[in-house]
Design a protein around this ligand. Structure first.
Ligand SMILES: *Cc1c(COP(=O)(O)O)cnc(C)c1O
Length: 411
């Protein structure tokens, strides 16, 4: 759909398409502020799940029969929808995985096979565990060195330090596009330029960006971009690895099995072409098709308006929380969106989360799979409210009042 034909953004209209939002919890209207952990699903995605298993269920890429061909077509059309949405050059560059974690592990294993002792991987302090641990495992396996670019107290990457750590020993930079804990938006386009200048590749962890902003992998010029379906209004168990074709072509397969082969004999096996080379075994067919549906849903929306709406929500919540005595906002980057993390003096985040829950408000408490980041701020965890396009200012008013009440109970 051309940019000009997008429907004007209406939060009321969007909410109507998410049945999960129309429920009460402990007799209160649900306020869902845990979108950083997972998103709710629109009716079109729920219908697609039902339709697939009611009518089209068949294995793909191997059947001569009607249902198998229909399932194959739908699965491959989903791949094309994702390719177009990301503005990738070819649909072969879109690999279906289990999710962000799986995509990063794929790259860590497979791209990792091309690396040699002493090569360096560069990440940042604000990475999710799934963008830390696979690199630690790779470094151990291949005797590589993991470097960590530091952040400042506001939760922004210190670019001069990043520049210093980047060298001709660096082979891969792996960085989150948006921090799931802080909401910081990293300047990945600029980082990609710097990375390429030393001859390295860059992986962008898009788990928190694709649902919040328009992403164009060719404009960013990233070598890999990864995300999870379940955070972008699709089902769990499926996700995407985008990779530049020439790079994916050079990388060995991650797993062996059906579908990823061209010819198998006991003496020698040759591998299938992209994208199948990286998709061993029966994939999550329904998941892929329904993720395609979620992406089409997103594509019909005005992402710039959505980004403005979500930024406004985050600022509104943060400004009000900031006025509370004893409340400290964690993550005050100039470029941030969709997330407000905070701690309260002498009160454990878990206790606030529990009281908010009793008031029908779903937030996340804890380390958010970013323990090194919690160590940096010297806190055990935060209360995190993370927003999606279906959240409203009225919900934030209710949330703020509920936080105030919780603090007064716990003090
Ligand atoms: C959620 C998340 C991940 C991990 O995603 P999974 O769906 O659990 O694989 C990685 N990075 C970031 C920034 C995330 O928010």
């Amino acid at each position: 759909m051309a940019e000009g034909t997008k429907k004007p953004f209406s939060v009321r209209e969007i909410r109507e398409q998410f049945p999960a939002l129309r429920q009460t919890v402990y007799g209160k209207n649900l306020i869902y502020f845990d979108n950083g952990a997972t998103s709710q699903k629109p009716q079109v995605v729920l219908d697609a799940i039902n339709r697939y298993y009611s009518k089209d269920n068949a294995n793909i890429h191997r059947g001569v029969h009607f249902m198998s061909q229909k399932a194959t077509t739908e699965f491959e059309e989903a791949r094309i929808a994702i390719q177009k949405y990301l503005n990738a050059k070819k649909s072969e560059e879109i690999i279906f995985t289990k999710g962000t974690t799986d995509s990063i592990n794929l790259v860590a294993f497979s791209y990792g096979e091309l690396l040699k002792e002493g090569d360096e991987i560069l990440i940042t302090t604000m990475e999710h565990h799934s963008n830390i641990v696979p690199w630690q495992m790779l470094c151990e396996r291949k005797k590589l060195v993991l470097k960590v670019a530091p952040i400042n107290k506001k939760g922004e990457l210190i670019e001069e330090e990043f520049d210093k750590l980047l060298s001709n020993r660096t082979k891969l930079v792996s960085v989150t596009h948006i921090s799931n804990t802080l909401g910081t938006i990293n300047p990945v386009k600029e980082l990609a330029k710097k990375t390429h200048a030393v001859g390295a590749k860059i992986l962008v962890d898009g788990a928190q960006s694709i649902q919040h902003m328009k992403v164009d992998v060719r404009d960013l010029d990233c070598d890999f971009y990864v995300f999870s379906s379940h955070k972008v209004f699709g089902p769990t168990g499926i996700g995407v690895l985008y990779g530049k074709e020439d790079l994916l072509d050079r990388m060995p397969p991650y797993q062996g099995g059906g579908d990823m082969i061209s010819k198998v004999t006991f003496e020698r096996t040759t591998y299938n072409e992209l994208p199948h080379k990286f998709e061993a075994g029966t994939p999550h067919i329904a998941g892929g098709i329904c993720l395609g549906e979620a992406i089409r849903f997103l594509n019909a929306l005005d992402m710039d308006a959505i980004q403005r709406h979500e930024k406004e929500l985050a600022h509104y919540a943060q400004d009000m929380l900031d006025t509370f005595e004893g409340v400290r906002i964690i993550g005050e980057a100039k470029q941030k969106t969709s997330v407000v993390s905070f701690v309260v003096d002498k009160i454990h985040p878990f206790d606030i989360g529990t009281l908010l829950d009793k008031q029908g408000i779903a937030v996340r408490t804890g380390h958010h799979c970013t323990q090194p980041l919690m160590d940096f701020f010297k806190i055990p965890g935060t209360v995190r409210a993370s927003f999606a396009f279906y959240n409203t200012k009225e919900e934030i008013d209710t949330f703020i009042a509920a936080v105030e009440k919780s603090i007064s109970i716990l003090k």
